[in-house]
Design a protein around this ligand. Structure first.
Ligand code: BGC
Length: 355
């Protein structure tokens, strides 16, 4: 079932709509045309449990600095100094954090109004949102057409499929920036929730979170999360890089990735021990930024006047590794002219037996 409502208005009067996708079990995921945002994700077993952080108004989304629920682009995460070279031409893109480009620059995709170009109810409710990013948008080359399809299947899996087509060579690295809290967005910290990553390697980074270029084994490091680890333990490790980031904010290399593949690789499980709820993430992308909401401001007032703070949500951002346009050894984020881009990431809720 798909239910469309008006969510609010932009300052210039444009309407922001909300599309609620409900599967046969009663799980409901709400998508906004502002920022292609996932605003809420309510469980069938208990609709009072909403597992993503979000806001109740357009104004709050427009002043949010934490990218709650956003579709991020053109380039998620960082491009060092906002500079890269394609076909011997150097491009300077919008810089918005420590002189680097973060999440597509000052006016990335996250605050755009996306057009709904398709809805479909069977076999699973789905909605496709589209936008055109003009040549030179935030400094990026080429006119890029982007479609993002959210579909919620009967196995409680939300699959997000990204399509891109550009008339010039460009770089493209879209992601989803939902902050999950499996005990509910209003339940406080994620410390007790346990993360398991299918990642034998990660990309060490400097103090501004720009990868050094190394691809390092997680063996005997604080980045070995291959066994279930409570977020509290992972965040509070005596590791300089984790301390410098105030928690997890790093890119892991997804085991099993091969370029040009279509296969989803399992990348992460997060388990909430009290309810036995598990979020399973799979992706066709080479990397995943695990971010524990280290910088969510203390004064962030979210849905239903809930006060959010650091570590109240975690993000699993499928991606090309940060700063790939400047690292020839990393899987390439270059999108060639007139060659279609497609990637998929899925988030599925499963239930372990109660503990
Ligand atoms: C980045 C963080 C940043 C957060 C919110 C994450 O993807 O890696 O450094 O603070 O997004 O913008």
């Amino acid at each position: 079932m798909i239910d469309k409502r008006q969510f609010g208005k932009m300052p210039d009067g444009q309407t922001v709509d909300s599309y609620i996708l409900t599967n046969n079990k009663g799980m409901a995921v709400e998508i906004l045309t502002l920022g292609a945002i996932i605003r809420s994700w309510k469980l069938a077993c208990d609709p009072s449990v909403d597992i993503v952080l979000g806001f109740d108004s357009v104004a709050e989304y427009l002043s949010d600095q934490s990218y709650l629920g956003r579709t991020v682009g053109r380039y998620a995460n960082r491009i060092e100094n906002g500079k890269f070279t394609l076909a011997e031409k150097t491009y300077s893109v919008s810089t918005n954090l420590q002189g680097n480009c973060l999440h597509g620059g000052v006016e990335g995709f996250h605050n755009r109004i996306w057009a709904v170009t398709k809805t479909q109810d069977n076999p699973s409710p789905s909605v496709t949102l589209s936008l055109t990013s003009e040549d030179g948008d935030q400094g990026f080359p080429g006119t890029l057409k982007v479609d993002v399809t959210f579909s919620l299947d009967q196995e409680d899996r939300l699959t997000i499929e990204y399509h891109g087509l550009c008339n010039q060579d460009t770089v493209f690295n879209p992601t989803q920036h939902s902050y999950f809290n499996l005990a509910g967005h209003d339940s406080g910290s994620i410390f007790d929730q346990q993360i398991t990553l299918a990642a034998n390697y990660y990309t060490p980074a400097d103090e501004n979170a720009i990868p050094t270029g190394d691809i390092k084994s997680v063996d005997n490091t604080a980045f070995d999360l291959r066994q279930p680890t409570p977020f509290k333990q992972a965040i509070q490790q005596q590791d300089e890089a984790i301390k410098a980031a105030n928690g997890l904010d790093h890119n892991w290399c997804v085991d099993g990735f091969t370029p040009a593949q279509e296969k989803l690789n399992w990348v992460a499980d997060v388990t909430e021990p009290k309810s036995g709820r598990v979020l399973v993430t799979e992706t066709t992308m080479p990397g995943a930024q695990i971010y524990t909401g280290n910088f969510i401001g203390e004064n962030t007032l979210g849905k239903s006047n809930t006060r959010y703070a650091a570590y109240h949500g975690f993000c699993i951002e499928s991606q090309f590794y940060p700063n790939s346009p400047n690292q020839a050894e990393f899987p390439s984020a270059t999108l060639r002219a007139n060659s279609p881009f497609v990637s998929r990431t899925s988030y599925q809720i499963k239930q372990k037996s109660q503990q």
